[in-house]
Write a protein that binds this ligand. Structure first.
Ligand SMILES: [Zn+2]
Length: 309
């Protein structure tokens, strides 16, 4: 099928007698491929290697039903426009992170399903059997869905041990939720529990970041003096949450605690000028923050961490 652009159509019409006499031109063309993102992004941190895995995306409408519950529609629209974002649509990313410490391969969170995570892992050249440690930042479904194979029959990471916060685990052990009961509870005997300051592996330290969920944990990764924060769901949008930490988020269990945690954790990250990975922010989900007004401005990472040495 041949479709002419307006300019081509006009040109063709102007030269119709001649053009009609010539053989039909062959147009080199490729089919539209659709929007796409790379499934993984890898960089070095000291002697560690860090890979963010795009385990899935979701687009949605009516973002103010999730972010800025206590903001006016006008303020929400103004903030969105200033950031070149529509106020009536959004996209959420699901980004588990791998840290290869040289002695262990540590995975932070597992996405919605083993399918999504497995595809990103495979693209990055890795298999679930190679994961030594799975760290769970908290027990919401989009972080624990990939713990079990797609058919639900077995753990997706057959050789892994698990680490999570004791406050979070205790909460869901008592309260229960479908994903927890199916994916997390069966792993109890292979799971160790930490408080803030506890360790998942050498160089990987827990930070209490309560609020989004009762025992939500962020993590600090350190190698040879280089630091990287894994902030999980402390702030879930680079504008509607990071720039406005006091804006209420539907999924934050304790909204006041979540806001206080946002300000404290990102205040530290801004002051120390260290990079961070945020689970739901635009892929590859790596950046820095600087203080701005009452919140923070995201400075997406460019090539800083791709440089040798
Ligand atoms: Zn989440």
């Amino acid at each position: 099928m041949t479709t002419l652009t307006r300019r081509q159509a006009l040109a063709a019409a102007a030269t119709l007698p001649l053009a009609a006499a010539l053989p039909r031109p062959t147009l080199a063309r490729a089919e539209m491929q659709g929007s796409a993102l790379p499934p993984f992004h890898r960089f070095r941190l000291g002697s560690f290697e860090v890979t963010t895995l795009l385990a899935g995306t979701r687009s949605g409408d009516k973002p103010q039903e999730t972010f800025g519950l206590n903001a006016s529609a006008e303020d929400f629209a103004t903030a969105s426009a200033a950031a070149f974002l529509p106020a009536d649509k959004t996209m959420t990313f699901f980004t588990p992170t791998l840290v290869n410490t040289g002695t262990e391969l540590v995975l932070f969170d597992t996405g919605l399903s083993a399918d999504g995570l497995g595809a990103a892992l495979a693209a990055a050249g890795l298999a679930p059997e190679q994961v030594d440690v799975v760290v769970l930042t908290h027990m919401h479904g989009d972080h624990i869905g990939g713990l079990t194979t797609a058919d639900g029959a077995a753990p997706f990471f057959p050789n892994a041990r698990y680490v999570t916060g004791s406050v979070e685990h205790n909460h869901w052990s008592a309260a229960g939720n479908e994903g927890f009961d199916k994916n997390v509870r069966p792993l109890n005997e292979k799971t160790s529990f930490v408080e803030g300051g506890g360790s998942a592996a050498p160089g990987i330290t827990a930070i209490e970041a309560f609020g989004h969920s009762p025992g939500h944990m962020a993590w600090m990764v350190e190698s040879r003096g280089q630091h990287l924060a894994i902030t999980a769901d402390t702030a879930n949008h680079h504008v509607w949450s990071l720039q406005f930490p006091d804006w209420e988020v539907r999924f934050d269990a304790d909204k006041a605690a979540a806001a206080a945690t946002r300000k404290q954790l990102f205040g530290m990250i801004a002051a120390d000028r260290i990079p961070f990975i945020s689970y739901h922010m635009p892929f590859p989900a790596v950046g820095y923050v600087e203080p701005k007004d009452a919140g923070f401005r995201l400075v997406p990472a460019s090539y800083q961490m791709l440089l040798d040495g």
